[in-house]
Design a protein around this ligand. Structure first.
Ligand SMILES: [Zn+2]
Length: 112
């Protein structure tokens, strides 16, 4: 009887702990959402921009150009002169860990 009660309490504590953990993770991930866009070329960071501020930045390198836009908390490549155009078709990113890669231009835009 006693042992059963303890087991029940254990389960209750574990459930509460899991709910608490999920809540913490959700709070963290929602506050982490749309933090900043980190733009790098050739693995060198050339700019960090907050997603809260709208901006258009044209990145010109020896490889070509990419027009990176931050609008309404989302980041995307509006225009580029690369051959494949994958960076443009990648669309909008806004969540931490998402990235846009332009292989021909060695350009990476990452949300951090
Ligand atoms: Zn591209």
């Amino acid at each position: 009887m006693n042992r059963k009660l303890v087991t029940w309490l254990d389960i209750l504590l574990i459930v509460l702990f899991v709910i608490l953990s999920i809540t913490i993770i959700l709070v963290f991930s929602s506050s982490g959402e749309g933090n900043k866009a980190v733009i790098s070329v050739d693995e060198k960071i050339i700019g960090e921009y907050s997603l809260n501020t709208d901006l258009t930045r044209e990145i010109k390198t020896d490889y070509g150009f990419n027009t990176v836009v931050i609008l309404n908390g989302e980041c995307f490549v509006l225009d580029a002169d690369c051959r494949d155009g994958i960076c443009i078709s990648r669309g909008k990113i806004s969540k931490v860990g998402e990235s846009i890669v332009c292989l021909p231009h060695k350009l990476i835009v990452e949300i951090k």
